[in-house]
Design a protein around this ligand. Structure first.
Ligand code: GLA
Length: 388
């Protein structure tokens, strides 16, 4: 992989010695299932052929020094004295992983490393989850321990929840760890062993359109949306004749019958999650039977539900979705990931992907004056570590 060679060359340039190992993890795109993961619902996603690489070597002692090529900056920390940092925020993803491994009793020592790769940063394609997963697999090469890939995903998620402070669900880390070439990942977030790889087929491509509206989940908005969903689940637990621990337990008929007593801010959020779970199941069934039209319709209504009910779209995402309508080859499109900026994902007929991508970029630029970043992506295999 050329990216690994480039990262290793950067390591040698910065640290003056060759790297001995690397961790490589793909970004991800959420195809359906917006904010369903922490509600223990369903998701459909893909690891994409854009990767974060961390490579380096062990050093004596307990100091870690990491250089981020994207910023041209190095940062250090003590393994025995982990501390959240405001400047060079990216180091927190690495410290968070180290903290989890140390807590599990693994003996992690010092290291030097370089982070490199081609996942667009801060655009909703989970460069941070990829960094967490890649870091874990890199450290597993340097200081070997046993861990299966589902545990890798949940450990990386715990790093983000506990150290970085974003209470994200499992979507990003799971997709990065468990991807499969040419397949989407269907996951029941209540039971992580309940996943399936669904062939995406050679007839379509994922065109990802970065609005260039910046996106960050670390400011507390995400955690507030999550709290709203949990409050709604609590309400349904009180009024339904069954146990509701998460919105996953509520079906649309139950929602409709009991909607009147629900807090007015929580109501549309709960509606989105309940209907979104149904859209994921419909979309997966359609995909399995080769019905791309229905799959596309599910994506389209998912966007409108995020926009109108959940409230996590933004002007640029809505414009990108509207600009895509009517372009030849489109099955469906929607915002992808946390929301409030970042990317849309477009399911497009394979032979139209190039022309679709160009036309969408032109229309969006004409409307907004912003130059979008377009990525025609393939579903990729999940993360791995490697020693040289
Ligand atoms: C972010 C989070 C995920 C998920 C999505 C929304 O990407 O990290 O866990 O909640 O938003 O579906």
């Amino acid at each position: 992989m050329e990216l690994i060679d480039n990262a290793c060359a950067s390591f040698e340039k910065v640290f003056g010695t060759p790297a001995s190992a690397c961790g490589v993890a793909p970004g991800r795109v959420e195809v359906l299932g917006n904010h369903t993961d922490y509600n223990e619902g369903f998701i459909l996603s893909a690891a994409i052929d854009r990767h974060v690489i961390i490579c380096g070597r062990k050093v004596e002692g307990k100091t870690a020094t990491v250089h981020a090529t994207a910023y041209g900056v190095s940062e250090s920390f003590e393994i025995d004295g982990l501390m959240k940092q405001d400047a060079n925020f990216w180091i927190n993803y690495i410290e968070g992983v180290v903290e989890q491994l140390v807590k599990m009793g693994f003996n992690i020592g010092g290291f030097e490393a370089v982070i490199d790769g081609n996942v667009p940063l801060g655009s909703g394609l989970s460069s941070s989850a990829a960094l967490e997963v890649a870091t874990l697999l890199f450290l597993k090469e340097l200081y070997p321990f046993e861990m299966d890939m589902i545990k890798v995903a949940t450990t990386a998620q715990a790093a983000e929840n506990q150290f970085v402070g974003v209470n994200c669900g499992i979507l990003d880390q799971f997709s990065s760890a468990m991807g499969k070439k040419d397949h989407l990942i269907f996951l029941d977030c209540r039971d992580l062993s309940g996943y399936d790889h669904v062939p995406i087929g050679s007839d379509c491509e994922l065109v990802i359109a970065n609005t260039k509206a910046s996106h960050s989940l670390a400011d507390g908005t995400y955690n507030r949306l999550r709290e709203s969903c949990f409050a709604a689940a609590k309400y349904f637990n009180g009024v339904l004749d069954k146990t509701v621990t998460h919105l996953r337990d509520v079906i649309f008929e139950e929602f409709e019958k009991n909607v009147d007593g629900l807090d007015s801010a929580d109501m549309p959020r709960a509606k989105h999650v309940v209907t979104e779970n149904e859209r994921v199941l419909t979309g997966v069934a359609a995909l399995k039977s080769g019905d791309l039209k229905t799959m596309g319709e599910c994506m389209q209504s998912s966007h409108y539900s995020s926009r109108d009910d959940f409230g996590n779209s933004c002007k640029e995402l809505d414009i990108m979705v509207e600009c895509a309508q009517g372009i030849d080859g489109l099955y469906g499109c929607r915002l992808s990931g946390g929301g409030f900026g970042g990317c849309t994902v477009n399911l497009v007929a394979a032979d139209k992907a190039e022309s679709f991508s160009k036309e969408l970029a032109t229309r969006y630029q004409d409307k907004t004056g912003l130059v979008p970043e377009m990525h025609i992506c393939k579903a990729a295999d999940g993360a791995f570590g490697k020693s040289f």
